[in-house]
Structure formats: C-alpha cells, structure tokens
Design a protein around this ligand. Structure first.
Ligand SMILES: *[C@@H]1O[C@H](CO)[C@@H](O)[C@H](O)[C@H]1NC(C)=O
Ligand SMILES: *[C@@H]1O[C@H](CO)[C@@H](O)[C@H](O)[C@H]1NC(C)=O
Length: 275
C-alpha cells in the first residue's frame, strides 16, 4: 500500500511537472530581435525612440542591456531598447525572467508577452491578448502584473484593475529578481523570485487569475470559444519605455527623467508541463 502510493506520487510529479525547454543567458542576441520603433507606435504616447543600435541594445556575454538615454533622434528626445523573441512560444508553460530593473522618474521598464505586431488569429490588440508579467514606473516601489484582452481597441479590457494588479509588497529594486508567469489553460499565476523545484513552481505567488476572467471577441462583439485569447503562441517582449501615458499620469513622475538608465536581463527560461 505504502509502496504503491509512493509510486503514484512519483508518477504524478513526472507527468505533471515542468521541464525546461528554453534557457537563455544572453551569450548573444540570437534568440531575440531588437525593434526599431518610434514611441508613438506604442499607443502609449511614449517619449523614446527604440533603436536596434548597439548603444540601446547589447549583450555583455552574460546579460542583455536595454539602455535608455537622452538624445535627439528622429524627432524624439530619448532613445531606448526593446526586443522581442525571434520565436513565438506557448501556449502554456512557466515563463521566468531574471532582471535588474531600473527605477527613476520617467522610466517604465516591462517584461511581457504579446504576439509580435500586436495581432494574431483573434485580431488586433487587445483581442490578441497581452500578458504583462512585470511592469513598474518611476520611483514607485511596487510592480504590477496584468492581463489585457477583450475586443479590438477601444473594446479592450483588462484584469485585474488597479490597485489589484499591484504587488502587495515593495520590491528591493537594487538587486536582480525573477519575474514569472505560470500560464495554464485554466489559470494564470504571476510569480516573484520563483523557480522550478521538482517540477513545480515555488516562490512568492503575486496573483492568480482564473480563465473565467478573460475572453476574446471579434469586432462584432462575438466571443471566441474556450480560453481565447490565451491559447495560442506569443512573443516575449523586454523593453524600457521613457515617459508615456501611464507614468506621466502620476504627479511628478515624468519630470527630470532619470536617464541614462538600463534594464539588465540575465536569464529567460521557459518550462513546459510534461504531458
Ligand atoms: C522633445 O522635447 C521638446 C521640448 O521639450 C518637445 O516640444 C517635443 O514634443 C519632444 N518630442 C517628443 C517626440 O517627445
Ligand atoms: C464575428 O463572429 C461572428 C460569429 O462567428 C461572425 O458572424 C461575424 O461575421 C464576425 N465579425 C467579424 C467582423 O469578423
């Protein structure tokens, strides 16, 4: 009896556990594409121009640096770095990113998932779905985790709404942290400083969102079946925005922009559940 129970437990872990399928320590940028994009294209009135130049996006041999600086460029006053994964990943799995995140006025660093180009089989944003693993603005000590979905803009919506998308504690931003999402058909769990131990996620769970909270609909308002839009592959995106509607809506946040500033990304891992 004890023996068969033990075997059952071992089987459960082996069958349900996470296995690593991607692990990038940024020896090079081969798994990523640096975007060239004016901040206006973000839809957020951002102040930076993203360039693929080595001053804004570079690797050091063991990390990726996304560097924001003050500079006149193509009519903009700041340049910065933004990359998307060369491949699409998912659906589902544990996505975990280790980064040293810059804080200061006007800064809006982010680690997120969005199909490249902001559109997929379900249509344009936010019908295509966006998973914001971690965002933080200006000098605020909290981070935020949010899902965007619904219909194509302006019929988009999100979950949770502020302040419920906010970490319930202050983050020590002076050291690198892991920011993760456990993406499953029936839920989305956001994690802080988590890792996979014996096939399961262990760490600080920030937030759990059941799939009943999200949906996708077309421009006629017709909802797609199942757990759309979070049931198709997507891209990983890493960037440091300067300015933009959200940070600049906070009093004092966008004065004396704290550049130069860099987000240093040390590791991106993806784990898939063994079937
Ligand atoms: C650059 O700065 C100038 C002067 O403050 C401002 O008028 C202009 O709108 C800024 N450009 C952008 C793209 O933010
Ligand atoms: C939305 O979906 C419904 C049901 O499938 C379909 O009849 C309608 O034509 C679709 N509308 C658009 C704009 O795609």
């Amino acid at each position: 009896m004890v023996k068969s129970l033990l075997i059952l437990c071992v089987l459960t872990v082996a069958l349900g556990g996470y296995t690593q399928i991607f692990n990038d320590n940024f020896a090079n940028l081969n798994n990523w594409v640096a975007d060239t994009m004016p901040g206006a294209d973000s839809g957020n009135n951002e102040w930076e121009y993203y360039t693929a130049r080595s001053v804004n996006v570079y690797t050091t041999g063991n990390s990726l640096v996304l560097h924001a600086q003050k500079e006149s460029y193509q009519g903009y006053n700041y340049t910065s770095g933004k990359v998307h994964s060369a491949k699409q990943w998912g659906p589902y799995g544990f996505f975990n990113v280790k980064a040293l995140v810059p804080k200061g006025n006007g800064l809006w660093p982010a680690i997120w998932l969005l199909p490249y180009g902001g559109s997929n089989v379900y249509g344009t944003w936010a019908a295509c779905g966006e998973i914001d693993i971690m965002e933080t603005i200006c000098t605020q000590e909290q981070a935020y985790s949010t899902l965007h979905f619904g219909g194509p803009w302006p019929a988009n919506t999100q979950y949770p709404w502020p302040p419920n998308n906010q970490y319930p504690f202050n983050v020590d931003w002076s050291v690198p942290h892991y920011f993760g999402v456990e993406w499953q058909p029936t839920f989305m769990n956001f994690w802080f400083d988590a890792s996979i131990v014996n096939g399961v996620v262990q760490g600080t769970k920030i937030l759990s969102v059941p799939s009943s909270q999200w949906y996708s609909q077309n421009s006629s308002g017709q909802k797609y079946p199942g757990n759309a839009p979070f049931n198709v592959p997507t891209n990983i995106i890493l960037n440091v925005a300067v300015g933009g509607s959200w940070p600049c809506s906070v009093s004092g946040c966008c004065s004396n922009v704290a550049v130069p500033a860099s987000m240093i990304v040390y590791n991106v891992q993806i784990w898939e559940e063994t079937q």
